[in-house]
Design a protein around this ligand. Structure first.
Ligand SMILES: Nc1nc2c(ncn2[C@@H]2O[C@H](COP(=O)(O)OP(=O)(O)OP(=O)(O)O)[C@@H](O)[C@H]2O)c(=O)[nH]1
Length: 310
């Protein structure tokens, strides 16, 4: 294999669609549980990487976007701005149009907004949930999918019927999305994508946040130990909250001071940064309780190393 990028396709994509269109399920089917460690974000995007698909001939980076709504509030407007910013940066937008639903005003609103973009990415129609419908219904849906593009003035680079839960055409979606990306480098080395257990990932996210800005001062003297992960009882089912208790372990009192910062300011920043990442990872809100512990020479002590999971 040569080290040139020739023939290797890479770039960014996001999925859009009305609520319940199957965006998350398709994303999971494409990327599995693998998560990119946040510190390795390429400079080309400021947006949150939801998952990465790496194949011999290309790398597809899926970006998270909030849903697009008819803006009624300032927050709604800001969220929409974020969506437009993302659309302007990605190479491909996958529009999820579930086969079991007629194309309606919600879908047309989204496609109409895509049609307004000055710099257009490529558009791919994903006719999701094929397993829920008959072949006849699927065909008439595909006719409607073609029709709506014509009606609203966009072009589909591909139209792909698929089912994320039934495993139908998921490989084709992967192949076709990668084929549409421009030639480019592998943004994320394969090894930086991990399917480590959640607890290890959470510890790693906290460690990254703690090292932010002080990497030179405390290179290897920090470890993070997850003490407990507990679902908060008595929460409404649609608004779960998870309590995470974790310890940041350092070797000396002076290092504890650096982590905590003036009046605890750094520790609060670490908590805020890590919490945001963990929210994304778990898909639920978390409350993060961080403590800083000094364990003298933990790196040399087998008992501590065991407790820290090394
Ligand atoms: N039968 C079937 N159900 C699916 C398929 N894909 C998704 N679903 C179901 O459809 C529902 C919505 O799927 P999601 O992936 O959460 O949809 P979404 O577009 O991410 O939804 P929002 O987060 O609300 O925007 C879930 O109950 C899924 O299990 C599919 O291919 N076949």
């Amino acid at each position: 294999m040569t080290m040139t990028d020739q023939g290797f396709h890479s770039g960014f994509a996001c999925f859009v669609g009305r609520p319940n269109a199957g965006k998350s399920t398709l994303t999971n089917a494409l990327v599995g549980q693998k998560i990119a460690i946040a510190s390795s974000k390429p400079q080309t995007t400021r947006h949150v990487v939801r998952g990465i698909v790496t194949e011999p001939d290309g790398q597809l980076i899926l970006i998270d976007t909030p849903g697009l709504h008819r803006p009624r509030t300032l927050l709604g407007q800001r969220l929409n701005d974020l969506v437009f910013e993302t659309w302007a940066e990605v190479d491909v937008v996958g529009v999820c149009l579930p086969c079991d639903q007629r194309i309606g005003p919600g879908d047309k609103f989204i496609i109409g907004q895509l049609a307004k973009l000055e710099r257009r990415p490529l558009f791919v129609a994903l006719a999701t949930k094929t397993d829920l419908v008959s072949k006849e219904r699927q065909l008439s849906h595909l006719v409607d999918v073609a029709g709506v593009a014509e009606e609203l003035g966009i072009e589909w680079a591909q139209v792909i019927p698929c089912s994320a839960t039934g495993g139908d055409n998921v490989e084709v979606v992967k192949e076709q999305l990668i084929a549409l990306l421009p030639e480019g480098p592998m943004y994320y080395p394969d090894g930086e994508i991990t399917d480590e257990p959640t607890e290890t990932l959470i510890a790693e996210l906290i460690r990254e946040a703690a090292l932010e800005g002080v990497r030179d001062e405390l290179p290897h003297s920090i470890a993070v130990m997850i003490d407990e992960i507990l679902p908060r009882p008595d929460r409404p089912e649609d608004k779960p909250l998870t309590d995470i208790f974790a310890s940041i372990v350092v070797e000396r009192d002076s290092q504890k001071g650096i982590i905590i910062g003036h009046k605890g300011e750094r520790l609060r920043e670490i908590g805020a940064t890590a919490r945001e990442q963990i929210n994304r990872l778990l898909g639920t809100r978390v409350h993060l309780n961080l403590h800083v512990k000094v364990m003298k020479e933990w790196q040399r002590d087998a008992k501590y190393l065991n407790r820290l999971g090394f």
